[in-house]
Design a protein around this ligand. Structure first.
Ligand SMILES: [Zn+2]
Length: 95
């Protein structure tokens, strides 16, 4: 079932699968579906895989372990140092 816009009627109608006259494969991932609106006007719908949203190809996912391992080691080293530095130096214990 498709939502077809008829420019003559200036409204959208549902186009059932049994009301489809032609389906043409224009190019890779682009289909042209032809039919008629309830008033008999011809409507054409462009659809196909090219119109479905896909994941952004510029997104490469999480950083590889080779990059994150040194950072996590540094984080662990800093955490260790921070815990050691929380102890007050000896002269401060007098107060
Ligand atoms: Zn129409």
């Amino acid at each position: 079932m498709f939502v077809a816009y008829c420019a003559v009627c200036d409204r959208r109608t549902l186009l059932g699968v049994d009301e489809v006259d032609w389906v043409e494969n224009l190019t890779h991932g682009v289909l042209s579906v032809s039919g008629h609106c309830p008033n008999g006007h011809e409507v054409v719908i462009l659809t196909g895989d090219a119109f479905t949203p896909h994941q952004d190809p510029r997104h490469f996912g999480p950083a590889p372990r080779v990059w994150t391992k040194p950072v996590s080691r540094l984080r662990g080293w800093l955490r260790h140092r921070f815990e050691l530095s929380r102890d007050l130096p000896g002269p401060f214990y007098r107060f």
